[in-house]
Design a binder for this molecule. Sequence first.
Ligand code: GLU
Length: 313
Amino acid sequence: MSHAAPDLVRVVQDIADEMRQRPDRGTVASYIPELANVDPGAFGIAVIDADGAVAAAGDSDMPFSIQSVSKVFTLTLALGMVGDKLWRHVGREPSGNPFNSIVQLERERGVPRNPFINAGAIAVTDVILSGHQPREALGEIVRFMQALAQDDTIAIDQAVAASEKRTGFRNTALANYMKSFGVIENPVEFTLGVYFHHCAIAMSCRQLATASRFLAHSGRNPSTGLSVVSPERARRINALMLTCGHYDGSGEFAYRVGLPGKSGVGGGIMAIAPGKASIAVWSPGLDAAGNSHLGRLALERLTKRMGWSIFGA
Ligand code: GLU
């Protein structure tokens, strides 16, 4: 593997140094103990350029709960399985509502706005599950992540999965609601079981940045040559991340960072600089919209200093 350009290495290190010291860290998710107990002082960043060179700093090798970042990969898998038929189950518009809102679902007759809000991701998971046993579907998702990240050690944190299930009343409500409209095909408990478990996958920034390389390079990992999706599909997944990847904070993320990105309540954000780099940052403290506070700030610094915003310098 080649070395990252010295300016990128410097920028990444500067960002980690600044983020380590900042007092404003947001609020760590507290709905399950496994997330509530994460050190709010943690910060990691990994950037992989087009040549495969990695610039990483801070806790970039520490696994964290990827939560909703997993929704990008389940969307990719589901599109691979059923293609554009997926859009019968879920829309492609930003929600402007919190990630777990039920109100919009009623107005739109059980078809969720997009694949990244909880209801949409549950509908996508249901598509992956159809025709399979939950264990098989989950195995498929985990193997997909391992193959993309080139790391067989990636696994589900079973304690997180159990807590998600124990506290998942609202997700259960969303799934039942969609089921009543016929949007969910499988037994609700099976679909939710797979959903809770894929949200509970633990990965490091380095692993996430590796797994998302195909999105930065027209559907293909340029180092391994592995073609994951067509260039057109990669472009569209990126478009969805830009418009919907940060819930009702998506507009602010585009305004400040200017990259397609997907956040999770574990404090991770995966972002794509098309043609240039795949990026993952992690800082557990969240802002009011449920997105990593310092994660976004770190990405704002990175895109500004590298000139990577898709909207220009
Ligand atoms: N498992 C979480 C939930 O469904 C994911 C939410 C998130 O990361 O935004 O509530």
